[in-house]
Design a protein. Structure first.
Ligand SMILES: *Cc1c(COP(=O)(O)O)cnc(C)c1O
Length: 389
């Protein structure tokens, strides 16, 4: 199977559009020269519209986890009491990082396949006033759950705890209103909804977070965000960054802006609803109820065994899906539909799945119906509010 025809439908890295590939392939420049300076400042400035924030955004050379670790290293002291909301492997990652930095970690576990109830967060904080930070996962990619960031933000309103969010698999595909929802720190990365190769992570910091940073004594150097802020004032990176990925990101932002951010969000909801309708038509059980269904990744808990073989056979037909992680390993498979993903891509993906299962046309037909209804609604000027949510 030729790789340029492969459908890469995993929850990241995601397919990089050809224009973005070319932009990232331009010859290297001086990372302290005028070309890079303008590219870096341009990308960081335009990202504010996607983050919906006036806060400072910093770029780190690393994967999404580097931004997560930087948040902990810069904002949490040894023995600080923190609350981590865990409903999958990425929430679990926050807990592991906080433990590595010797915080006292409280875990509010919610079922893998559901979202966290904001009221539980509010109750926990009322009973535990010493919590200095709450760590949340917007889109839990291991289950395909989209958490209610606004509701969690409201639960934190009466608390001094910092609100720190992993939005790696949502930002740029799902609405994240950093300022309106009171989020102090948002982490994301280049290789998910931002349609670029892996290699850059982005992190936004509120004034409160910057003040807290000055009071934290955890050892740090490469991820010392104070150094990044000092250099940002001079419009330069502190160390050699992933220059190629910045060029790619600049082009990816062109694509997102020309489609329009709200249309990008609507497209992701349409993709979610197409995939869910198609899978339902095949009687494939969805892991997540409509209420929590993610616009960027969908998990299926099939009744058949040997999901590994199923995925390997699909790969041979040119469609790459993901298996389960952590305790869902061997139990589920996941379809990524974020970033560079279109309704036609979903039809192809569903066609491959149903052909493999010996069905013909039901999944594609169900998804096409969702798509044409969505097109009608959008042409009628109503926008797309979603089928199932
Ligand atoms: C992909 C992802 C990350 C980051 O993973 P990296 O491999 O470090 O980029 C973090 N959180 C979520 C929810 C993700 O989907």
């Amino acid at each position: 199977m030729a790789f340029d025809r492969q459908q890469l439908r995993i929850p990241g890295p995601t397919p990089v559009p050809p224009q973005v590939v070319s932009a990232g392939a331009r010859p290297m420049v001086n990372h302290r020269g005028p070309v890079f300076k303008s590219t870096m400042m341009n990308v960081l400035e335009r990202l504010k519209k996607l983050f919906k924030t006036q806060n400072t955004i910093l770029a780190l050379t690393g994967s999404g986890t580097s931004a997560m670790e930087a948040s902990v290293a810069n904002l949490i002291n040894v023995n600080d009491e923190v609350l981590v909301l865990v409903g999958g492997t990425f929430g679990d990652r926050w807990a592991k990082i906080c433990s590595a930095y010797q915080a006292q970690v409280h875990i509010l576990e919610y079922p893998w396949g559901e979202g966290v109830e904001p009221q539980q967060v509010a109750d926990f904080l009322r009973r535990n006033p010493r919590i200095t930070a709450v760590f949340a996962t917007h889109n839990e990619s291991s289950t395909g759950v989209l958490n209610d960031l606004q509701g969690i933000g409201a639960a934190l309103a009466d608390s001094d705890a910092l609100y720190i969010v992993d939005a790696v698999s949502s930002l740029g595909g799902v609405d994240v209103r950093t300022d309106q929802w009171g989020i102090d720190v948002v982490c994301t990365a280049s290789q998910k909804c931002l349609m670029s190769p892996p290699g850059l992570a982005f992190i936004s910091l509120s004034e409160r977070a910057k003040q807290r940073m000055a009071q934290v004594s955890s050892p740090r150097f490469y991820f010392d965000l104070r150094i990044y802020m000092e250099w940002l004032a001079k419009e330069e990176p502190p160390f050699t960054p992933n220059v190629a990925c910045f060029f790619a990101m600049e082009k990816a932002l062109d694509l997102i802006e020309s489609e329009g951010l709200e249309q990008v969000f609507a497209r992701h909801m349409i993709l979610r609803d197409m995939v869910r309708a198609g899978l339902r038509a095949l009687d494939l059980p969805l892991l997540v109820a409509d209420k929590w269904a993610s616009p960027t990744v969908t998990a299926v808990k099939p009744k058949f065994d040997n999901i590994g073989r199923f995925l390997a056979e699909l790969r041979d037909t040119g469609v790459e899906l993901a298996g389960g992680q952590g305790r869902l390993s061997g139990e589920i498979f996941r379809i990524g539909h974020m970033g560079n993903a279109s309704p036609l891509d979903m039809l192809t993906t569903l066609a491959a799945i149903e052909a493999r299962l010996g069905s013909h046309g039901q999944a594609v037909a169900a998804a096409e119906q969702v798509w044409s209804r969505a097109q009608q609604e959008q042409r009628g000027g109503q926008g797309y509010e979603g089928d199932s949510v």
